[in-house]
Design a binder for this molecule. Structure first.
Ligand code: F6R
Length: 366
């Protein structure tokens, strides 16, 4: 059942090239320059006329929502707010019939997310679901939706659900950008081509597994760990930290790299590993200077970099390379080493990777 892998989590990490392909199969028609998604086509006016998009989700799915915020605003020029479902639903939010709400949920059963969409619907918003489990409560409660088609995710720590959620949301953003004319034809085509190449690039990123294992061995006894990223890779930093916390029980925090100097930099000493996502197109020079700040305070740096990187390599204690891609697609690649790093650390510490303490696969309590 684990397909020769020691844990479901590892199996699901390795399934990502195929899972992403399954997500865009039949939807991404590169040659024709078309993205086909019935749930969007049938409701395109709702999206194009929306005042804003409100994303509601929890946990890892909320992180996918944050990536979506960057991509929707950047490419489709639609304002996006990303909300923790649990906060949104209890704070008397302003919702109008001109709002589009996107609910993201792997299980489709998360109680707070379900309640948030009921509230949004009651206030006249159009609600779109991005779920993995077919026929789940959230999938049924939404007005329309798009499944991620990731296949069953058994490991409690979400991996392929996250990258396939980002894939669906990227398809939607590109589709809306095209319909709105906020992206040039050539840019649009280029994004489609690059998206199609993501599965093989994920496969390549997975090949760093042995090297990541060595890095894991060096830092497995750390008590704390920081994850930093900027732009599209800020949510990836949050997700990397969440993965480490939930399966290894090491305290980890994700931060926007530039926020370091507003407080967290006080934590840096020679005991503190800092994982920095520093890919070439993502504000690279700025991240390099953030790395210098950490270095001068003796923090240990693990850089997630673009293949062939030279500057971060000079500064970092370790680098883990991922293939180059367009910046909006980079989270699909930079997430991979962070999943593997947490996985190996947790295994080395003897933790129950697939069923971490205190956690459940779907959170049906409020
Ligand atoms: C993290 C994790 C949780 C879920 C969260 C939302 O690895 O699994 O944070 O992402 O409970 O679950 P869904 O997506 O099922 O609504």
């Amino acid at each position: 059942e684990k397909g020769g892998f020691e844990h479901f989590m590892l199996k699901e990490i390795h399934e990502q090239p195929n899972a992403i392909k399954d997500t865009y199969r039949g939807r991404l028609l590169v040659k024709e320059g078309i993205i086909r998604m019935a749930g969007i086509d049938d409701n395109i006016e709702k999206f194009l006329n929306a005042n804003r998009i409100i994303v509601v989700a929890c946990g890892t799915s909320w992180h996918a929502g944050l990536v979506a915020e960057y991509i929707f605003e950047d490419l489709a020029r639609i304002p996006v707010e990303v909300e923790y479902a649990s906060e949104f639903r209890y704070r008397n939010p302003v919702i109008t019939s001109n709002d589009v709400v996107i609910a993201i949920s792997q299980s489709g059963e998360t109680a707070d997310t379900l309640a948030a969409i009921k509230l949004a619907k009651a206030n006249g918003a159009f609600v779109f679901g991005v779920c993995n489990v077919v026929g789940s409560s959230i999938a049924r409660e939404t007005n329309a939706g798009a499944y991620t088609h990731a296949g069953p995710e058994i490991g409690v720590a979400s991996t392929k659900a996250f990258t396939t959620q980002i894939t669906v949301l990227t398809l939607i953003a590109l589709k809306l950008a095209k319909a709105k004319g906020s992206i040039s034809n050539s840019d649009y085509r280029y994004h489609l081509q690059e998206l199609e190449l993501i599965p093989e690039k994920v496969a390549k990123a997975l090949k760093s597994d042995e090297h990541i294992k060595q890095v894991a061995d060096i830092y497995k006894d750390a008590r704390n760990c920081l994850y930093l990223g900027r732009g599209y890779n800020f949510p990836v930093a949050l997700e990397g930290a969440l993965k480490l916390k939930e399966i290894s029980y090491i305290h980890a925090e994700g931060y926007p790299a530039a926020e370091m100097k507003h407080g967290p930099i006080a934590l840096i000493d020679e005991q503190m590993p800092v994982v920095v996502v520093a890919t070439k197109k993502g504000h690279y020079e700025k991240v390099v200077s953030n790395i210098q700040e950490i270095k001068s305070r003796k923090g240990k740096i693990i850089g997630i970099v673009t293949e062939g990187d030279i500057h971060v390599k000079e500064l970092a204690d370790h680098i883990i390379e991922v293939p180059e891609t367009l910046e909006p697609l980079s989270p699909l690649l930079t997430t991979i080493p962070l999943q593997l790093l947490s996985y190996h650390i947790a295994v080395m510490l003897g933790k129950n990777v697939d069923q971490p303490r205190n956690l459940a696969k779907s959170v049906t309590v409020e």
